[in-house]
Design a protein around this ligand. Structure first.
Ligand SMILES: *Cc1c(COP(=O)(O)O)cnc(C)c1O
Length: 797
């Protein structure tokens, strides 16, 4: 390891910042090392090497970025703007050099300084500006928009602190600030020349001409600029943690408005910049040039803000502004969980955004008039459909999902099952008013990050057997693997690649937990946010039951058992007590099982701390079985199920979200199905309430072992109580863990048997990868482009 910049000094910078020859690249890295003001010239350790390397890669990106900007300026295509409060980006270096096609050259270049590219890439901190699936989806979408050459762009907030870092202590999960900008991000480009006013509070006044109401004044009239700076830094200080429950915080609402207002003003400026006659009008063209996609209801305020900008700033009348807004905006729903449907207090909103509240009231009024005048038959449903809910006059609220449905030209769900539930239940009443407004866009993942870069071993095999690497941008080509599903040579290569990934994963586990796991055991993984509906509790009760059976077995009987390593990872929302109890339970069970010499050859249970994108990139390639076991009807889509399947991992799962479509694609023989179906759930909950449900004795055994104190004296009663019919918490096993437990255990028995047959298992694994083509986010985004946004590819010549 060079102790000073010696090595960096000797290399001359290349003539072009976008050099592609290793010696020229090394020169550029050295240039950045020397002229980067962030580090002492004495230092060129791995961290400095990362920053200098990233900055040299950024030069390539900037060149393309500028070319693209000029290209769009000239060709003026219709463009999509994706609004998301979250982007779960992860690291960027490997992805950037990989997509630029210069990984090999960069690897060689950094070798000249004595470094491995992977080690340098490992220095980068994750940009964790999201909570889970929704934020990761936004990042996969941007990747696909770029890959498909679409005129499309994402807007988000650059939070100073990302999603918290998770430590596991004696008492369970602890949260620490994620200081990802501790030093700086080499990928950021501040644009001091692009500034828009975003205003809060104030009041509404009518101008002397009397024609329109205009919002005139605002809070920050005293030393506006310095306060504005402080205010923006506060607004973007933290990502709100929690993907299901929204914090009723004023700051959260400010964040949402800040994103919407700044983004829309930027879009309008861009729209005007591209054609001279737009500066003073020609607004009818706007929806033919701009599409705005709302990633869930978090950016709903884009609707009243666009109305306000068009009316108050641009002078349009209501009807014209409404027509433009409606034709511009579309909305993606991500959840049917009632507690996750965003509502904002009208009182709070009136105070923070009085003009917007006024516009929302008008939208609501006109919607109600529409129903009464044109859809009389729906009049009885108006209370649940309207935007403003004043059923509790003390606490009137704005229902953001209703505002989105009423104001968007298209609403979509994120998997077939979910979209059907939207049409048949959550938004059923709106379907009779707008029968063609509702669509499905099954989620997807980028195959670049989630196979090519995270699993080079398997990628190489796929390319070799398909005789092309085109699958990275045409994932349907993976079906070409099916005809080799029984080929012994492929089997040998496939199994060797999996083993290499398992060893890498085992090393990660040892590094972060100190637990040694056996790479020849079955690697069984569940990683996702900890949530009762995702049922990590079902998994851990299964593990407890497995442990108990092992304890009861003779040494001889144990010989026949399929050794298994169960890994669970995920963050629990800091105030979600039951989720934190689940984290604690997994850790407690692990501590007992892993240290029990009678069983630990056959079973280990490991909690993987601080689950994030980079951890996922190590875990998923090394996984053989993965658990997607939510109560049917509750997981809108899931996307980690797609990542696992793509990496040749077999799923044990319920018929929920995208599992349904994955099973269709990979074949039912290659998917371990169990559990209640979505349309049975309501009835089963009723049965539970009415005492008609007889729990399986195996379920009782597992709970009893935890109650006995076998895993320590922590108070698990509240957790176990929630599984009882008439718990004090009143949820009566709302997530049906007890009902699904026996079929889950049976499915796990089928897994054990299948794993013993190596040939059978490897074939299942191959057929999972082969059937994953549909789940490329390229397919998803192509559908949004054609069926919602009406935009076309516009490659830079
Ligand atoms: C893909 C991904 C998710 C989403 O996982 P689900 O199992 O679909 O909920 C969450 N977090 C990270 C870091 C991911 O990469």
């Amino acid at each position: 390891m060079p102790e000073k910049c010696g090595a960096a000094e000797k290399v001359k910078p290349a003539a072009s910042p976008a050099a592609e020859k290793p010696s020229d690249i090394a020169g550029n890295i050295s240039y950045h090392a020397q002229y980067n003001p962030h580090f002492s010239p004495l230092a060129f350790g791995p961290e400095e090497a990362f920053y200098a390397t990233a900055e040299s890669v950024r030069d390539h990106l900037i060149q393309r970025w500028n070319d693209t900007y000029l290209h769009f300026h000239k060709t003026d295509p219709k463009q999509t703007y994706y609004l998301s409060m979250e982007y779960l980006q992860g690291r960027a270096l490997t992805n950037a050099v990989g997509n630029l096609g210069i990984t090999g050259a960069y690897a060689e270049a950094v070798k000249k300084f004595g470094y491995e590219l992977e080690a340098i890439a490992g220095q980068e901190k994750d940009a964790a500006l999201g909570n889970g699936g929704l934020g990761r989806l936004a990042s996969c979408f941007l990747d696909s928009m770029a890959t498909l050459n679409l005129p499309a762009w994402g807007y988000g907030l650059r939070y100073r602190y990302g999603l918290f870092k998770q430590h596991i202590a004696k008492e369970g999960q602890e949260e620490y600030a994620e200081d990802w900008l501790d030093k700086f991000s080499p990928w950021e480009i501040p644009r001091h020349d692009v500034v828009f006013p975003v205003r809060f509070f104030g009041h509404v006044e009518i101008l002397p001409d009397g024609s329109l109401k205009k919002r005139i004044t605002f809070l920050l009239n005293l030393d506006y600029h310095s306060k504005l700076l402080v205010l923006t830094s506060m607004i973007c200080a933290v990502l709100y943690p929690g993907d299901a429950t929204e914090e009723g915080k004023l700051l959260r609402l400010k964040q949402q408005f800040f994103l919407c207002s700044a983004s829309l003003q930027d879009m309008i400026a861009r729209f005007k910049e591209r054609k001279a006659d737009r500066v003073s009008g020609n607004w009818s063209e706007f929806p033919t040039k701009v599409a705005v996609q709302l990633n869930d209801t978090h950016p709903t305020l884009a609707i009243p803000e666009l109305m306000r900008l068009l009316m108050d700033e641009e002078g349009l009348g209501w009807d014209e502004a409404w027509d433009i807004t409606y034709r511009t905006v579309s909305y993606t729903n991500h959840t049917v969980l009632p507690e996750a449907l965003e509502k904002w207090s009208q009182v709070v909103m009136m105070k923070l955004l009085p003009r917007h509240m006024e516009i929302i009231e008008e939208i609501d009024k006109r919607f109600r008039e529409l129903v009464i005048s044109k859809h009389k038959e729906m009049e009885g449903k108006i209370d649940s459909m309207k935007v403003l809910d004043s059923s509790n006059p003390q606490k009137p609220v704005v229902r953001m999902a209703n505002l989105c449905v009423v104001s968007s030209h298209t609403v979509n769900g994120v998997a077939e099952l979910h979209s059907n539930i939207l049409k048949q239940e959550l938004f059923a009443d709106y379907v009779s008013i707008w029968p063609t407004k509702f669509q499905n866009k099954t989620n997807g993942i980028t195959p670049r990050r989630w196979l090519k870069f995270c699993n080079p071993e398997l990628s190489e095999i796929v390319t070799k057997w398909l005789k092309t690497d085109q699958w990275t941008s045409n994932l349907d080509l993976l079906t070409g693997l099916r005809k080799f599903a029984d080929d012994e040579k492929l089997h040998a290569e496939w199994a060797a690649a999996k083993l290499a990934c398992k060893k890498r994963l085992a090393k990660h586990v040892l590094d972060v937990t100190g637990v040694t796991i056996d790479p020849t055991s079955l690697f069984d993984i569940q990683i996702k946010r900890i949530h009762e509906y995702k049922r990590q509790l079902l998994n851990i009760l299964g593990a407890v039951y497995r442990y108990k059976k092992l304890k009861e077995m003779s040494a001889e009987e144990k010989q026949k058992v399929t050794p298994r390593t169960i890994m669970v990872g995920g963050k629990a929302f800091a105030t979600y007590t039951n989720a934190k109890r689940i984290v604690k339970l997994v850790n407690d069970v692990g501590a007992v099982v892993n240290n029990d010499p009678e069983v630990n050859k056959y079973l280990k249970v490991v909690f993987i701390p601080n689950y994030n994108v980079s951890v996922a990139e190590v875990l998923i390639p090394g996984s053989e079985l993965s658990q997607h076991i939510s109560t049917a009807g509750m997981e809108a889509s899931g996307t980690s199920n797609m990542k696992f399947s793509l990496n040749g991992c077999v799923i044990i799962g319920t018929l929920d979200g995208a599992n349904v479509e994955i099973r269709e694609e990979v074949g039912e023989d290659n998917f371990f199905l169990f559990g209640a179906k979505a349309d049975q759930v309501a009835g089963l909950r009723k049965d539970r309430e009415n005492g008609l449900f007889k729990p399986d004795p195996r379920f009782e055994e597992a709970k009893q072992l935890i109650r006995s104190g076998a895993f320590g004296s922590y108070d698990y009663e509240p957790l176990l109580d929630s599984l009882e019919g008439n718990s004090g918490f009143g949820r009566g096993d709302y997530f049906l863990v007890g009902y699904d437990f026996p079929s889950y255990i049976d499915a796990q028995d089928r897994v054990d048997a299948a794993y013993k047959d190596k040939k059978k298992w490897t074939k299942m694994s191959i057929l999972n990868t082969a059937g994953s083509g549909k789940f490329s986010s390229d397919r998803t985004i192509a559908q949004y482009a054609k069926e919602i946004w009406d935009i076309k590819a516009s490659p830079v010549a």
